[in-house]
Each structure stands twice: as C-alpha cells, then as structure tokens.
Design a protein around this ligand. Sequence first.
Ligand code: G6P
Length: 360
Amino acid sequence: MKIALGEKTLKEIREEPATIRNTFQSQATRIKEISTELGQRKPNRVFLVGSGTSYHAGVFGAYVLNALGEILAIPVQASEFEAYVANAVNPHDVVIALSQSGESTDTLKALRVAKKRGALVVGVTNMPGSTIVLESHHSIVTVAGVEESVVATKTFQAQLAVMALLAAELCRELGSLGAERVAEIRHLFEEVATMISENLDAWDKQTKKIAMRLKPSRDVFVLGFGEGFALALEAGLKLKEASLTHSEAFSIAEFKHGPISLVTRGVAVIVIAPSVEEKVEIAERLILELKQKRATVITIIEQGKRLAQGKVDFEISIPRIDALLAPMLQIVPIQLLAYNLALVRSVNPDSPRHLTKVVR
Ligand code: G6P
C-alpha cells in the first residue's frame, strides 16, 4: 500500500476544531474547579514547564496569565528547571506541567522536584492514565484523540485552549478578572473552532504556494511579539521537525540585536503581526529593512489590516477575533506551511528522521 506523505499530520490538523470543542466540553468544569482550588492557595507564582511543543504552550500560558492577571507566571524548559528554578520553589507556588504524552522524562523530573519542594502541581496532558496524570495533584486531560504524527499539531491547539481557559478562571478566582470577561472568553472557543473549519482549505492552498517559493530557502526566521513570540517559537520548531528546514524564532525587537545580519536574498522571514498598536511601527520598520535585504517576507495578519503597506511577498490573513485567542487561529496556517514545505521537500512530516514522539 502506498503511503501518502504527511497523511496523518494533515488529518490531525483537520481535527483541530473538534479537538477544541471536545476539550472545552469535557474539561471546562474541571478547569473551573481546579482554578478555585488554586485560587484558595493564593499562589505567589506559576511556573509552566514542558519540552518542545509543550514548552511553547507553557510560554503562551505565561503570556495569558500575565495579560489577564497580576500573578507572576514564568515558562521554564523542563530540562532546565532543576538548574534555574528548583531551589527557589516553595509551597506557595503552582507548577503546571505540560506534556502531550504525559511521559517525557524531563517534564516528569521537573514535576517530581516541584512536588518535593511543596508546590502544587497541575498536569496538562493528552493521555489519561499517563505518569503525569498519576503523579500530579490535579490533572487536565485534553481531548484531542491519539496523535500519531510525530509532530504535534492538534494537541498543541488543545493545550492553547486549556491555557487560555485556565488562566481566565484562575485570574477570576484571584480577583483580577471580572466574571463577564471570563464568560466572554468561554464563548470564544466555539467561534475559534468554526473559523478554523471555514479557513482551513484556503490556508492549505495558500501555504502550498508559499511552500513552493520557500523550497530553496536555507533559513527561515519567525518573529513575533508577546503572544506572537510564543507562536514564533512553535513555528520555528514545527518547520524544523516537519520539514527539516533550518528555522529560528525571535521576538521582533530582539531580531535587530544580531540575527538580522544573517538576512540576505533567499532567506525567508515570517512576521506574526503584533496585536499591540505601539509595536506595529517597530514591525513595519523591520519589514522594510528586510525587504531592502531582499528577504522573502510573509506576514500573518488580521483580515483587512496590512503591515508596511503590504510591501511583503505573502500575507496570510486571519479572521478578526479577540486578540487573546488569535494565536489559536494563527497557528493553523503555520502548521500547514510546515506540512506543505515538508511535501515540496519530499520529507514525511508524519515521521521525520531522527525524531521520536516521546523522549524518555
Ligand atoms: C519530543 C517530540 C516533540 C514534543 C516533545 C515533548 O521531542 O519530538 O514534538 O513536543 O517531545 O513531548 P510531550 O509528550 O512531553 O509533549
């Protein structure tokens, strides 16, 4: 039987709307209950730990907690938790351990150290019965179904949904967010799921064209601010994992501090448009500089808006939605671009060389 390249990856991206709906329906009550308990502890800080894609969901989680509340939220790569954070962890802290499989060794190690130091641990995984579920004080199990492709797509989407809802509920418990805003956020998940279904085919078609153009590119940089930075990190990893393309992520402003010197003709730069007005000008100035250096520039931007008067090579447009959940839309064309770039480079994104689904 002939295996179609990337069959599983594409199927799993297509399952994202169902994943969001199922995760929301089955976990919303539990997330509220967990938030109530976390809130009663009046935590000082939240550490979000994970590896690979799950770490990036943690970066997004820290962003939403900072955006909605007044609690210090810090994302930490699970493998560096012991070296950088563990000695400072105390019983007033909450540690959120994210892992699709619930079995990654580094994440488990971080979880165990955090527990030993008295922190309250919340596990977020896609695997009921996994070690992280068994060892966490509380767990949230996303309902993405089994993810067979080595590259995580629908499970990342589920983690984003959980992070947004958990942050909103926790910030309400801690008194920094009103009940009305939380209700508003809860309603957005259905909207996001519908928008993904409606736009998926168009994004697939457009990213196929972009992939053709990027085929000869040696390097791809992905840039974003705030929530866009979390997504840029994930985009950088997705392009590496799925299409074996060298790609790196930076904050838009940080890119000027050195990496920009690598930009020449043939280098591609993906810019996730900032949602904060004051940052738009910084992004626009950078784009003009990138075009002067003859880079191929792709923007991911809300429908009806433009960066640098459209002086870019491709604009991927995203329907207008509350900025807090825009990353759940933006990530889909990014995943499709990684998938389509893999196909034009004859790489199978379902099982790229040297990679395993779980690092034990
Ligand atoms: C491996 C995979 C990555 C994944 C990471 C974390 O490195 O190749 O795609 O993101 O493990 O996996 P987890 O199951 O903990 O989310």
